[in-house]
Design a protein around this ligand. Sequence first.
Ligand code: UDP
Ligand code: MG
Length: 309
Amino acid sequence: MALLSVIVPCYNEEENIIPFYEELTKHIGFLEERQIGLEVLYVDDGSRDGTVAKVKELRQRDGRIRLVSFSRNFGKEAAMYAGLSHSRGDYVVLMDVDLQDPPSLLPEMFSYIGQGYDSVATRRVSRKGEPPIRSFFARRFYGLMKRISKTEIMDGARDYRLMTRQMVDAILSMQEYNRFTKGIFGWVGFETKWLEYENIERARGETKWNFWKLFLYSLDGIAAFSTAPLMLASVAGVIFCILAFLMIVFIIVRKLLFGDPVSGWPSLVCIILMTSGVQFFCTGILGQYLAKTYMEVKKRPIYLIKEEI
Ligand code: UDP
Ligand code: MG
């Protein structure tokens, strides 16, 4: 019998665990028709509330529930990776526990897998209910990534995605420490069907992402899937050399025509400040990539498990 694994990363989500399960079970009648089994794998990302207790309570009711619990908070990327590596299903779907990823889409998603797609992904076409500043920067991020990365990263893509075992194994073969799953999905390729839906607001509790966290996450994404920023230093270097050459010609000509090579102290200060600023900026970019490389080289585990049921 085939098996579907539902992977649910949870961080301090005690009030969402059971509503999610109830909503999910309303929409999985199609599994029985197709003779497909189910496992629901909650990945507790080091929650400090009653999340683990709630999952254990559910487990008493339904033997198809599984739990992987981390020793501390490792982040959603680590939780998704752990979920994928512990899943046993022939088909695997990643879902948020806050019901922003509607389980009602599952039957439709599954029908596409039957039609030969390896993966069915979702994207939200609107961002209603989100702070405008967040939407603005999200759009800029996707626009920038389109230009500087060869990997396709879809605007508004969610992590809500159904995949075949083959694709899951491909994702698991990418064992990088700095994980940016939205990019990894695109990088591995395979035939993907995109479904679109209107943004749904979180059922209960609060988002775990503030603006600053998302901003840093977007920088991770850029560093993980593009090396274009590293080119910036070379480009800036060439531009400044050309400018310097033009300045030298200008100053020599001016000296020959008008004398007085000394005046121009303010412009000199501006030039020094400007060029040293650009240099620090470029060194900073180098540092970012070096830091990422440093973390990769250490080969630390992506997550640590405290408990598994
Ligand atoms: N999450 C997680 N670890 C974290 C932060 C979030 O496992 O460090 C989970 C969270 O419990 C939820 C999902 O990731 O199931 C999405 O998080 P959230 O709803 O806060 O993000 P948003 O939908 O606002 O982008
Ligand atoms: Mg959410």
